[in-house]
Design a binder for this molecule. Sequence first.
Ligand code: FAD
Length: 405
Amino acid sequence: MGKEFHYDVVIVGAGPAGSSAAYQAALNGAKVALIEKEDTIAETVRTSGVTWIKNIKEFGIPDDCFNPIKNYSFCSPNNEVTISDSVAQAAVLDVRKTYRWLAKEAEKHGADIFVKTNVKDVVKNKQGDIGGVIATNPEGVISFFAKIIIDASGFGSVVSKAMGFVTQWKRFGAGAEYEVRAENVDSETWWLMVGQKYSPAGYAWIFPISDKVVRIGVGVGKPESSVDPTERLKKLMDTKEGPISKLGKISPIEFHYGLIPNDGLSRKSVYNNLILVGDTAGQANPLVLEGIRYAIKFGRVAGKVASDAIRSGKTDEASLMPYEETWRKEIESKIKSAGKVQDRWIGLSDEQWDKELDIIKELKPEEFLDFIKADFGLSNMLKLATHHPKLAVRQLFGLVKGIGK
Ligand SMILES: Cc1cc2nc3c(=O)[nH]c(=O)nc-3n(C[C@H](O)[C@H](O)[C@H](O)COP(=O)(O)OP(=O)(O)OC[C@H]3O[C@@H](n4cnc5c(N)ncnc54)[C@H](O)[C@@H]3O)c2cc1C
């Protein structure tokens, strides 16, 4: 017989979604366990860490966790554009520092953190609903029982799969990245690189995290392309393709690899005694495969709804529904619009990309940022789709809003 623990809320996975859920549930008075399979929080980095300063401030993430960006450069095989803002609005996170800060906040508010603890299975109650999870750690088997389980295990969705509620994501992005020390870094400028040689269904990037270190990566859409992002990345770095050549001498520090769902908001995110959050729930913007701020934001919503439900004594699906309603209301239409742009972008030839960059050149920084963030507010998009002086820009935003076709 292994060890047994009893909690109000058990959260599986201490990524941004899980740590944020643990923080909010503990803050709201619940007895919380946060379970992570790796030896330390964020031991393996699976993300490039781009996010937005406005959200960083809203979450209270400290200033030493990110590098601000104010110039947004794009290149295609024969075109280039840089949109420069007067103030930095984007940021590249120090991923380990940020994720560890998020977990520490949860711990400070009373959550118990179990690392080196790998969740393998679920425990069902008499009604067939989830009642806990079974994990292994170096000492043996541990059973965690809880009134509510939050599956924040990321792409693998370990709890939801064990319950038989979900199967593997079919459409997803695969990304490979080297964090490198480079000779010439412009720490305020990021690069997105598009076209066949960079990625046949996706894009490559250079994201600076300081004035000496950048992350160079390649993302490839699956199943659209069979290209291996790691091989493509090595090739681009060997041949010093496009803006990579501007970096001068580069020496790799560490390698990152990850998968991100791109199946839209297809999953249900609440069941009796169970909530799915972050990548497990598919909460990511398909256009640029951005999910960190959603993981943190909706992790907090999940923690609040779970702890409120426990207090009310009702943890069935209907009682957890406010969580699903909140996040769907906030992002569902935006994610759908971003999906339409992604469908357009995935089909572009190199020549069409060269032309697409001419359209992007016409955007003001705030228009470009709204676009890339999938912040498609209806009135703003309608304005761009109907009043922008350039026809091509009107058409692009018409597509986003499904008008003007
Ligand atoms: C290549 C790449 C680049 C990306 N770049 C960006 C970007 O620039 N900006 C952005 O916003 N988003 C980016 N994303 C997406 C972003 O990383 C995710 O949306 C975000 O990490 C989701 O957070 P999460 O907490 O849901 O999952 P995760 O961050 O995946 O965390 C899941 C946690 O669960 C743990 N776990 C898994 N299984 C178990 C188990 N059985 N038992 C216990 N613990 C377990 C894992 O170890 C991990 O710590 C990128 C993704 C990829 C793949």
